[in-house]
Design a protein around this ligand. Sequence first.
Ligand code: HEM
Length: 98
Amino acid sequence: MKRLDYVFLRVVRWSSWPLLLLVILFLITGYIMSGRFGMSRFMDEKTALTIHKLMHLPLLVLLVAHVVPAVYLAFQRWGWIKRRNHPHATTKVISNSP
Ligand code: HEM
């Protein structure tokens, strides 16, 4: 695997966990604001709205960081993007560790 692909794969994996946390927080603050599932007993609507609004930019940034390299690697795998052979490219064995 080329160094660029390796870096992209790490970005996909590292961005995914804060992204997952943000999506969960988005849902929770949304339910608190709408008073669904009795969630409003955990936090008042105003605070939930403030937190909800603060998370838009980080969510967008993490979603782009997670999805763009994932799509690039998928297109390469499908042969839609040609693999560039770099003369100095090192072949590196990738372990399954994140
Ligand atoms: C908000 C939505 C998403 C969340 C919370 C999310 C979360 C995750 C998590 C937790 C992983 C496992 C990472 C690891 O193994 O360390 C993962 C892997 C992955 N995600 Fe997502 N994901 C989201 C959306 C997407 C989308 C839209 C795509 C595709 C375009 C995508 C493509 C991938 C791929 C390709 C992997 C596997 C990476 C690998 O080979 O290890 N994800 N995602």
